[in-house]
Design a protein around this ligand. Structure first.
Ligand code: SAH
Length: 242
């Protein structure tokens, strides 16, 4: 994955900055994938307030303590809520446009930086990865590196709060059998490309990882994984700690 995104290849960032400036998006944020039908993302959703957030995200906000790092913070909805509640929070994102929007929205500590950039150093007591936080790992093969990086940023006694979903339901038939050829990889490995008017993003990998697999990888990385809560659509919030 690129280090950070160039504004001309950053449709989501363009949409976020538009919305932060004008209270609305100029055009539709389209989400294309080689696996699914074309879809759209509601830009407003990225600006959700705690009362508009799913239960699992509110739970994560409640559990966040100490020095907090919000990874892939987007429009900064979680960082902003935590800062308002008096927490010390740093928001990072590879989208410079999104980081501009977050600064505009009043988030004090914003950095346009990749999670894997070595100039990002901890320690953090809570690392937050929300709205399919495992996505940043890209593919199953990227999970060990992803978890080791999170572990490296954690303070003693720190925790990672991360959400994802089991995409099994997409491929399951009425009898509960999986209509997915395992030689095609893991069914949670998805690719996306976004467009926003004339702004076209590059294709990227995005991983949905079921909890048992996350837990197995966490164990390999020397982390405990606890299932905090499950949502009503195969989604869950997990807590990883040393
Ligand atoms: N957490 C936000 C936004 C989720 S979208 C929310 O819940 O609303 C995922 C975000 O992760 C995007 O803004 C994308 O730019 C960012 N991102 C993707 N890969 C990243 C990486 N390697 N390091 C930091 N941010 C990343």
């Amino acid at each position: 994955m690129a280090d950070t995104l160039k504004p001309e290849n950053d449709p989501m960032g363009a949409a976020i900055l538009d919305f932060a400036r004008n209270g609305k998006a100029r055009c539709r944020l389209k989400v294309l994938s080689s696996m699914f039908d074309d879809d759209e993302m509601e830009v407003r959703h990225l600006f959700r307030t705690p009362d508009q957030m799913p239960e699992l995200e509110r739970k994560a906000l409640d559990m966040a303590t100490g020095r907090i790092l919000d990874v892939g913070a987007g429009a900064g909805c979680h960082a902003l809520a935590l800062q308002k509640a008096g927490h010390d929070v740093t928001a990072i994102d590879i989208s410079d446009l999104s980081c501009q929007a977050m600064a505009m929205r009043g988030i004090d500590k914003v950095r346009c930086i990749n999670l894997y950039d070595s100039t990002l150093t901890g320690p953090f007591d809570t690392i937050l990865l929300l709205m399919n936080g495992t996505g940043i790992a890209g593919k199953v093969a990227g999970v060990p590196r992803f978890l080791l990086r999170l572990k490296e940023l954690l303070a003693n006694g720190g925790q990672v709060l991360i959400d994802s979903s089991d995409l099994r339901y997409v491929y399951e038939d009425e009898d509960g059998n999986l209509d997915f050829d395992p030689s095609d990889g893991y069914y949670g490995e998805v690719d996306y490309r976004m467009t926003y008017g004339k702004v076209r993003g590059e294709r990227f990998d995005w991983l949905y990882l079921e909890f048992p697999l996350l837990q197995a990888f966490a164990q390999e990385a020397g982390l405990h994984a606890e299932l905090v809560a499950e949502g009503d659509h195969y989604d869950y919030l997990a807590r990883l700690y040393m």
